[in-house]
Design a protein around this ligand. Sequence first.
Ligand SMILES: CC(C)(COP(=O)(O)OP(=O)(O)OC[C@H]1O[C@@H](n2cnc3c(N)ncnc32)[C@H](O)[C@@H]1OP(=O)(O)O)[C@@H](O)C(=O)NCCC(=O)NCCS
Length: 217
Amino acid sequence: MDLRDAFPPFGLRIEAGPLVLRPITDDVLPTLIDVAAAGVHDPNRMPFSYPWTDASPDRLPTNFVQYHWGTRTRWSTNAWALDLAVEYEGEIVGTQGFTTHDYLVTRTGETGSWLGLAHHDRGIGTRMRQAICAFVFDHLDAEEITSAAFADNPASLAVSRKVGYRPDGRQRLNRRGESAVNQRLVLAPEDLVRGEPIVVTGVEAFRSFIGLDRQES
Ligand SMILES: CC(C)(COP(=O)(O)OP(=O)(O)OC[C@H]1O[C@@H](n2cnc3c(N)ncnc32)[C@H](O)[C@@H]1OP(=O)(O)O)[C@@H](O)C(=O)NCCC(=O)NCCS
């Protein structure tokens, strides 16, 4: 038995030049924890609506593996979260995700990502978002993709703008006990500003796993 047959997200691989989006299998988790523990953002700021980077250094590794094990366990056709490790020039540098529910009906979902601080501002965030969006539009038949970022996260907002997302309203969220403006974003297929062409492995099994192309029984 190959685990990729039991769990097809483990068989997915999206390559775009020096960038590879690859499954977060257990062997990748320790490196990702090291990258996250070295810092993802200025600790005085909080870019995430769920503040996972606020965990203490002794708690973060456990939370991190439990989150990733949890997304595998909870995966269903109705609700799934595809989190992929980002490898750039052979080095694991962060993650890129796409989360959705009722995908077979809504054909939409939300991107979310992070990079280790040492890897910011080298264009990797733009490349990985372009790669996941090209994958979801071209290989999963998505009709739109959403994202969101706090108004004081210029890097994330710049990536969204460069990739072609448009503003789609704002909402106030509780961030560390204070009200913070969160900018919603939406990307239409025709607005995607593409990066390097993607080469995808494992998409047939993945499409079937999420309910696309599945034979009715
Ligand atoms: C968001 C993130 C993934 C972007 O990755 P990245 O590799 O740094 O992004 P890129 O280098 O491709 O692009 C960043 C853009 O933001 C711009 N930028 C960065 N800091 C900025 C600032 N303080 N003010 C204005 N623009 C800024 C850069 O100039 C660049 O735009 P340009 O190419 O037009 O010059 C990364 O910053 C990150 O991991 N941040 C912490 C976690 C996070 O915020 N995740 C998203 C939650 S919504």
